[in-house]
Write a protein that binds this ligand. Structure first.
Ligand SMILES: NC(=O)c1ccc[n+]([C@@H]2O[C@H](COP(=O)([O-])OP(=O)(O)OC[C@H]3O[C@@H](n4cnc5c(N)ncnc54)[C@H](OP(=O)(O)O)[C@@H]3O)[C@@H](O)[C@H]2O)c1
Length: 301
C-alpha cells in the first residue's frame, strides 16, 4: 500500500483508509476489532477513520478497547475522528432534535471525550463532521486552532463542506485545513463538477472519499446503474488481471487527479484484502470514462 501526504505540512497516511462507521454491524468483540486493526496494518492500511457519533457514540469505545489489548498498536496507526453531529439516543436522552454544533467549545468537549474513549492523548486528524449552519467560521476555527496548538489534534480538516464553506473557515485557521472528506464514488460523481475536488487541487490538499462503493449500492441487482457497471467491469477485468467491480471502483476514485483517499467500509477481511490490491490498478483513460458511462447510462456530452 502506497503512502501519501495529505497537505504540504499535513500528516502522512496510507493511500487507503479503513472506516469504522459500520463496525458494530456484526457485533464484534474488542478482540475481533484488535485482529481487524492488525489485519489492516499487515495490508499497509495504517490510517483509521472514526467519528464521535459512529454506532450512536459506541464505536470509539470499542476501538479504544481494541487498541488497549496490544500495547504499541495505537502508535502504529494514524487515527482520524470527527465531531459536530448530535442526535437524541439512549446515551443522550436530554437531546430533543438531531442537530449540528461546530462551535469551538463543543468541538473541544467532543474531541476530549473521543481521546478518553480511544485511550490516546492525540488524534492525527480531527474533522468537523458536517458544516453547522448556525455557527460563524471564527467560532469553529477558534476551537480547531486551540486543539492543534495543544497537540491533542495533529491536523484539522472538514467533512461534507462545500467550496465556500471550506474557503471561509480556512481564512480563520492558523494552520490551513488539510482535507475535505466527501461522498465521492461512481454513483456520486458530482464533486468532479461542483468545484469540491478542484478546490482541493488548488489548495494542495488531498480529499478523502467516503462510501467508495456507494455503501454497497454498487452491487444492488435492482439498481440499473449497478447492473450496467457489473457488465462493464466484467468486460474490463481481463485488462486488469481479473480485477473485480469493487477493485475497479476504488481504482476509479484513485485515478482522479485530485488523488482522493478512499475510506473503505467493509467488515469482511477478504474484501479488505481485495480493496488493498486496488491501490496497484492504474485505469486506462478509456476505461475510466467507460465506468463513468456505465454508471450514468449515457455517453459523455
Ligand atoms: N464523513 C462522513 O460524513 C462519512 C459518511 C459516511 C461514511 N464515512 C466513512 O466512510 C467509511 C466507508 O463508508 P461505507 O461503509 O459506506 O463504505 P462502502 O465501502 O461504500 O460500503 C460498505 C458497505 O458495502 C458493502 N459491500 C462491500 N463490498 C460489497 C460487495 N462486493 N457486495 C455487496 N456489498 C458489499 C459492505 O458490506 P460488508 O461489510 O459485508 O463487506 C458494507 O456494508 C465509513 O466507515 C466512515 O469511516 C464518512
Amino acid at each position: 500500500m502506497k503512502r501519501t501526504q495529505l497537505a504540504p505540512r499535513g500528516p502522512e497516511f496510507s493511500r487507503m483508509v479503513y472506516g469504522t462507521w459500520r463496525l458494530l454491524d456484526t457485533k464484534p468483540s474488542a478482540q475481533e476489532i484488535n485482529r481487524r486493526l492488525n489485519d489492516c496494518l499487515e495490508l499497509g492500511i495504517t490510517t483509521i477513520d472514526t467519528a464521535e457519533i459512529y454506532g450512536l457514540y459506541e464505536v470509539e469505545k470499542l476501538l479504544g478497547a481494541a487498541l488497549g489489548l496490544s500495547p504499541g498498536l495505537r502508535d502504529k496507526l494514524q487515527i482520524i475522528t470527527k465531531a459536530g453531529i448530535y442526535v437524541p439516543c439512549a446515551y443522550h436522552p436530554d437531546r430533543r432534535t438531531a442537530h449540528y454544533n461546530a462551535t469551538g467549545p463543543r468541538l473541544i468537549k467532543s474531541l476530549e471525550k473521543s481521546l478518553r474513549f480511544l485511550g490516546t492523548d492525540h488524534v492525527d486528524l480531527f474533522l468537523v463532521h458536517r458544516p453547522d449552519w448556525l455557527t460563524r467560521a471564527e467560532d469553529t476555527a477558534a476551537g480547531l486552532n486551540d486543539l492543534v496548538r495543544s497537540g491533542k489534534v495533529r491536523a484539522a480538516g472538514v467533512s461534507n463542506y462545500n467550496v465556500s464553506q471550506l474557503d471561509l473557515l480556512n481564512t480563520k485557521m492558523e494552520q490551513p485545513l488539510v482535507t475535505n472528506q466527501i461522498e465521492f464514488h461512481l454513483l456520486r460523481p458530482e464533486p468532479i463538477h461542483d468545484g469540491t475536488l478542484h478546490q482541493c487541487e488548488n489548495l494542495g490538499i488531498l480529499p478523502m472519499a467516503w462510501s467508495p462503493l456507494a455503501g454497497g449500492r454498487l452491487f444492488d441487482p435492482n439498481n440499473p446503474a449497478a447492473a450496467r457497471l457489473a457488465t462493464a467491469a466484467k468486460n474490463m477485468s481481463p485488462r486488469y488481471h481479473g480485477a473485480t467491480l469493487e477493485q475497479l471502483a476504488y481504482a476509479w476514485i484513485l485515478a482522479h487527479p485530485s488523488h482522493p483517499l478512499p475510506v473503505i467500509g467493509t467488515n469482511k477481511l477478504e474484501r479488505l484484502r481485495s480493496a488493498a490490491q486496488a491501490d496497484d490498478i492504474v485505469l486506462e483513460r478509456e476505461d475510466w470514462y467507460g465506468l463513468w458511462e456505465a454508471a450514468q447510462g449515457r455517453r459523455i456530452p
